[in-house]
Write a protein that binds this ligand. Structure first.
Ligand code: DHE
Length: 497
C-alpha cells in the first residue's frame, strides 16, 4: 500500500472541505496565511508588489486568478493551484480588488526606512569602465521577467543584465551627463544605477503607487509623482535620500493624484500634471529652490502631456474638449482646445520639421489613426489611418520616417513608418507575424532603429533605419521600452521626454 503523507492528507482535506463560495472575510484570512509574508500587511507590498485596486489596475481579475493558480515565471511568485481550491482563488481575487479598510499611508518615516545605499559612489570610477560609447548605450526594460539589460548601441551586445523592481513603468530618466539612470516601479520603488560602473547605487520606496519620475537638468533632484498617496516626493539625485514630500492639493484644498511629472530643461523647472483637479504645476529648480508650486489653471483635468520644442506650451489631454488643450507656460493661461477624435495619447506624441514648420503627431489609443497638428496654428493638418489604435511613436532627426505601432486589435503585429513630409504610410513592417510589435528607439546617430516584440517569446529587433533590413534579433521576454542615453540626455527630436 502506498503511504500518503499526513500533511498532504490535511492539504487535500482542506481543498475538499473548501466552501463553494469564499467570503471576503475568509479570503482575508487566506491572504494572511498565504500572501502576507511577501505582499505585506494591509496588502501594501513587501518582497512582492502591493496588492490594492490602485496598484492592480493594469491586471485584469482573470490574469490575477491565473497568476495565483500558476505562479509567475521568472519571479518569486509561487503557484498556489495545488494548495487552494478554485473557490478560494476566486475569493482571494475578489478580496485583492477591494479598497483597503483604512486608506493606505506612506509617510516620510516609511520612505526613510526603505532607503538603501547599495554602493559607495565616491569609491567607484568616474569614467566608463565598459569600453562602449557611453552616449550610445541602450537601457532596455525586459518587462516579462522584470529585468533590465544594458546594451552597447554600436555592437548590440549585452553589457549587463540585472533584476529590477516589480513592474517598472515609464521611461527611465538620466543624469545630464548620462552616467546615472533612474527607474520607477509601479509600486513606488525608485532606483539609481551607475552606467559607468554597471552597478546599482541606491533605492528607496517613494510611494505605494507611483506614476513616473523626472530628473532636474542640473542633475541635483529627482521628483517622483505618485497616485498613492497623492503627492510629489523630492529626492536627492546623488543617493535618493528624501528631501521632502509635497502633497498634491489644489488651491481649493481638493486632494489629487499626480498624472505625470517632467523636467523642462530650458525653464529649469519640473512641470506636473494633476489627475483630479484642473491645475498644472511648475516647480522651479533654479538656484536654491524652495519647490513651491506655481499653479496654472487648466481648462480640464490633465492625464498626460507633451511640450512644444521650445518648452513654452503644454499639449495636454482634455476629456472635456474630446482631445487636447494647449497651455501657455509663460502666461499661465489655457490657449485653446484641440478637438481630436478618439483618445489621443499626447504623452507619446513627437514633433518634427515639415518644410520649415514644426508639426506634432500623436498616436490614439482608441482609434486607428495618427493626428498631425500644426504647432503654429494648433490646427489639425491630417488624420493618417492606421491598422488599429497605437501606443508609441518615435523618430530621429536623421530619419525620414516616424515609426508608430498598432498596439491594440488583431493587427497589433504591424508597425507603420510614416513619411514625415508627405504624411503617408510609406512602409508597414510585421517583424514577427501574430506577435505584438511596439516601441521603437533609435541609436544616437539615427542609423539603426530598435523595435520590441512584446511576447514571452519576444525579441528586440535591430533594423537599419534606411534600408529597413533586419540587422540583429535578440530574444527577450516582453522587452517593453528601450532608451538611448545620448538621445535622452540631448532631449533629441523624435524621442520621448
Ligand atoms: Fe504607460 C510611459 C501613463 C499604461 C508602457 N505611461 C508612460 C508615461 C505615462 C504613462 C504618464 C510617461 C512617463 C515617463 O516616461 O516618465 N501608461 C500610462 C497610463 O495612464 C496607462 C494608459 C494606464 C496605466 O496603467 O497607468 C499606461 N503603459 C501602460 C501600459 O499598459 C504599458 C503598455 C505596459 C506597462 O509597462 O505597463 C505602458 N508607458 C509604457 C512605456 C512608457 C510609458 C514603455 C515609456 C515610453 C517612452 O518611450 O518613454
Amino acid at each position: 500500500m502506498r503511504l500518503i503523507p499526513f500533511a498532504l492528507l490535511i492539504l487535500c482535506g482542506a481543498v475538499q472541505a473548501a466552501p463553494e463560495v469564499v467570503s471576503l472575510d475568509q479570503a482575508g484570512v487566506l491572504y494572511e496565511q498565504h500572501c502576507q509574508s511577501c505582499h505585506g500587511v494591509n496588502r501594501l507590498g513587501g518582497a512582492g508588489p502591493a496588492l490594492l485596486p490602485e496598484s492592480l489596475s493594469r491586471i485584469k481579475p482573470d490574469e490575477a486568478r491565473a497568476v495565483i493558480h500558476n505562479g509567475r515565471p521568472a519571479s518569486q511568485m509561487a503557484a498556489f493551484g495545488d494548495r487552494l481550491s478554485s473557490a478560494q482563488i476566486d475569493g482571494l481575487v475578489s478580496y485583492l480588488y477591494q479598497p483597503a479598510a483604512t486608506p493606505p499611508t506612506w509617510s516620510d518615516d516609511d520612505i526613510r526606512a526603505s532607503h538603501r545605499i547599495l554602493a559607495d559612489v565616491a569609491a567607484l570610477q568616474s569614467t566608463p569602465q565598459h569600453g562602449a560609447d557611453p552616449l550610445n548605450l541602450f537601457v532596455v526594460v525586459e518587462a516579462g521577467n522584470h529585468h533590465v539589460r544594458i546594451l552597447d548601441g554600436d555592437r548590440f551586445e549585452e553589457l549587463a543584465n540585472f533584476q529590477s523592481h516589480f513592474a517598472l513603468h515609464g521611461g527611465p530618466k538620466f543624469s545630464p551627463d548620462g552616467r546615472f539612470v533612474y527607474f520607477a516601479s509601479r509600486d513606488g520603488w525608485i532606483s539609481v544605477y551607475d552606467l559607468h560602473n554597471l552597478t546599482m547605487i541606491a533605492e528607496v520606496r517613494a510611494g505605494l503607487n507611483t506614476r513616473n519620475l523626472a530628473v532636474s537638468n542640473d542633475g541635483r533632484w529627482v521628483l517622483v509623482g505618485n497616485y498613492l498617496p497623492g503627492n510629489l516626493v523630492l529626492l536627492d539625485a546623488r543617493d535618493l535620500s528624501l528631501v521632502k514630500h509635497i502633497p498634491a492639493v489644489a488651491a481649493d484644498g481638493t486632494q489629487s493624484r499626480v498624472s505625470a511629472v517632467y523636467t523642462a530643461p530650458p525653464r529649469d523647472s519640473f512641470v506636473v500634471a494633476l489627475k483630479d483637479v484642473k491645475e498644472a504645476w511648475e516647480l522651479s529648480y533654479a538656484g536654491e529652490p524652495d519647490f513651491q508650486p506655481r499653479r496654472i489653471e487648466a481648462a480640464d483635468f490633465l492625464d498626460d502631456f507633451s511640450f512644444t520644442p521650445d518648452y513654452r506650451y503644454l499639449l495636454a489631454t482634455s476629456r472635456k474638449a474630446l482631445g487636447g488643450q494647449v497651455i501657455d507656460l509663460d502666461t499661465g493661461k489655457a490657449v485653446t482646445d484641440i478637438p481630436l477624435p478618439g483618445m489621443p495619447h499626447l504623452g507619446s506624441g513627437i514633433y518634427w520639421k515639415r518644410g520649415g514648420d514644426w508639426v506634432f503627431a500623436t498616436p490614439n489609443v482608441s482609434k486607428g489613426l495618427i493626428s498631425v497638428l500644426d504647432l503654429q496654428s494648433w490646427k489639425l493638418i491630417k488624420e493618417i489611418p492606421t491598422e488599429g489604435p497605437g501606443f508609441f511613436m518615435r523618430s530621429h532627426l536623421n530619419s525620414p520616417y516616424a515609426w508608430t505601432d498598432v498596439f491594440f486589435g488583431p493587427n497589433n503585429d504591424a508597425v507603420h513608418l510614416i513619411d514625415k513630409q508627405t504624411l503617408e504610410v510609406a512602409h508597414t513592417l510585421r517583424p514577427m507575424p501574430g506577435k505584438n510589435a511596439a516601441h521603437v528607439e533609435f541609436t544616437n546617430d539615427g542609423r539603426y532603429a530598435l523595435l520590441s516584440v512584446w511576447d514571452t517569446d519576444g525579441a528586440l529587433i535591430v533594423y537599419d533605419a534606411k534600408t529597413l533590413e533586419e540587422v540583429k534579433r535578440i530574444p527577450m521576454n516582453t522587452p517593453s521600452g528601450k532608451y538611448n542615453v545620448g538621445n535622452k540626455i540631448e532631449f533629441a527630436e523624435g524621442t520621448s521626454h
